[in-house]
Design a protein around this ligand. Sequence first.
Ligand code: DQA
Length: 146
Amino acid sequence: MKILIVNGPNLNMLGIRERHLYGDKDYEALCRFIANAAEELGVEADIFQSNYEGAIVDRIQAAYSDGTEGIVINPAAYTHTSVAILDALKAVGLPAVEVHLTDVDAREPFRRVSYAGMACGARFTGLGFDGYRRALKWLSENAKGK
Ligand code: DQA
């Protein structure tokens, strides 16, 4: 099963940005964690990160015809603003899961709104890196062949 992992803006700054919230580990460490989790679950992980909304929309659209069977998405700040990313997820119609490293519902009120989440079948927040493993597992159990 081929799963696309989409990471939004500033996640490439992990290990530098707001370490009291996001921890000390850098983006490479997150990618290694996702690759290891995918291998353990027997799924193929294709990881994409961009700071640009349109690039994220383009990558989601490409998933429609590149053999992707599920999407794990942490849209980062675009979670709370982007109807375009929501529409892209709806357009391709692939099973999707929303992930956030932090517990977005326990932070500022504006982080409680999630547009992308409206197109997702499950959501893992506040679990740090492990949220990605849980999302991959959810897709491997709930989305194969859909
Ligand atoms: C985040 C939470 C968002 O509110 C924030 O803008 C991010 C990261 C998270 O993983 O906790 O950049 O998506």
